[in-house]
Design a protein around this ligand. Sequence first.
Ligand code: GDP
Length: 609
Amino acid sequence: MVEEGKNNADKQPDINEGNGSRSEDITTIEIAATISVRELADMLEVSAIDIIKQLMRNGIMANINQVIDYEVAAAIAAEFGYEAHPQPLTARRHPSVISEIKKQQLLSEESINLKPRPAVVTIMGHVDHGKTRLLDAIRQANVMDTETGGITQHIGAYQVEIDGKKITFLDTPGHEAFTAMRARGAQVTDITVLVVAADDGVMPQTKEAIDHARAAGVPIVVAINKIDKPDANPERAKQQLADAGLVVEEWGGDIVCVLTSAKSKTGISDLLENILLVAELENLRADPSQPAKGVVIEARMDKTKGPLATVLVHDGTLRLGDMVVTGSTWGRIKAMFNDTGKRIRKAKPSSPAVILGLHSIPQVGDAMTAVAGERQAKALVRDNQEQSQRESKVVSLTNLFDQISTGDVKELDIILKVDVQGSVEPIRASLEKLATDEVQVKTIHSGSGNVTESDVMLAVASKGLVLAFNTKIEAGAQKLAEAEGIDIRSYKVIYDLVGDIEKALKGMLTPEFVDVVEGRAEVRVVFQGAKHSKIAGVYVNEGKVSRGASVRVRRNDQVVLESSVISLRRFKDDVREVAAGYECGVGIKDYNDIRVSDVLEFFRKEKAG
Ligand code: GDP
């Protein structure tokens, strides 16, 4: 029974069975007076998660860097089939540079009063796989505060307590919200729960969610949900997850996977315990003695109370009466509520709190900082405003080389959308080969289908660019890309796509020109001009018209012509420009078919990037 005990937590030898007779079969090891969890795991050749689980079974909560003493380590080693002996004092411990660094970190952490803080969790997954219902099930089973009769409020996040430890859930599920926050510069999530319906398996948005979590470097816990369904097939889901790069623990990988049914509420506490476990590994810390720092996760105007914002405190403690700045607004906290609607006087790290007292409504994703007083608040608001005016640097192919040269870009992150899945691999492989000493080329997300808003958001959050191969760009995605300055490039030939990236990396790409619309006008009357030409009598609805500008003629929403403005008159005078709200006569080069009700769109070509 003992011979296979090594490396296998499930087949633990009965340590009470022998009385020394097993010494030949058992591996003996020497353990120093103190050892970190990570070192012990290395020594026993098991994963750190297994050690932490075993410690938990023995009532010890430890994270990967925690140092445990000989007695505890020896007991754990025995449970994995090892016989431990104290290391002689003269023997040097197996040197581990990493653990030394970590130990020093721990020491310095202690000196600045860092304490463990709850994990902040976002639930992601394909539509209809049960994200919302799972959030509800978790909440119903574990609401911390029942004083308010279980009346829970939607404030954007809630906390549950299990085994005396808290977990904060953001209750806007989905990777879109997650990445939108990141795009605003706020990464609040520590752990992602990826929900996969056992009957449906891995679907396109499951893969998208995996890529979004990975791009953010956030660990994933898998919940295979709907296991109550007759056609549930968790094993198939695990296989598909492995194909997508997530290998679950029982298959030798490092992904924690839990079976759940949000409907029958099974597996919920197992899920929560595993989240706690991953949180331990993440070693999440904050210093509650500091002034609060956090982020706005919801904001709205209340008719009677005024501007309300839900903030999630990352670090420090937020207190009633604190002066806080959130983006471009500020105020003193007049009242504060928790997720069950209860009035609170303080909110600790990783807690959500609804605050009252801001002068106006902040934006979701705005950073919140507690400051000493009004003067500091106003100064910080000014800084924030200046900073938001300084455009966040986005990567574009035409300025890529400059950004590499100045060291601003060390990794080119690409979001690749293609017509058929089969095109992904050859393009990805060719792109990744273009890496140079200065810059890595990484496809952070790929898939078949149109370019969506979520792709563009990911590009914003990761400062990447979007390549569309034989596929369309959805209207919303195009608009968002324009607003955020994201470069979307469309190609029909792989050679051109790869060639462009190669040229861009070498700074050899000739700039593309983009159209910047300057104004729009509506044709109200048509005059006869000189030599059979026609003059459009227009009313300028928006922007301006200038002589020499390029012009597009739209009729019934179709572009019928692109040309330029050769003459511009107000009354009898030639003018250079006419602004919105005025009428004028426009002559269009080489065109005499202008009609009443046509719309003229004036634009200028500008160098992109
Ligand atoms: P979301 O789009 O991922 O948020 O999915 P929802 O939570 O809205 O769930 C989609 C549908 O699946 C709803 O009809 C849920 O009632 C149902 N559902 C969710 N979880 C389970 C489950 O564990 N078992 C079963 N049978 N149905 C579930």
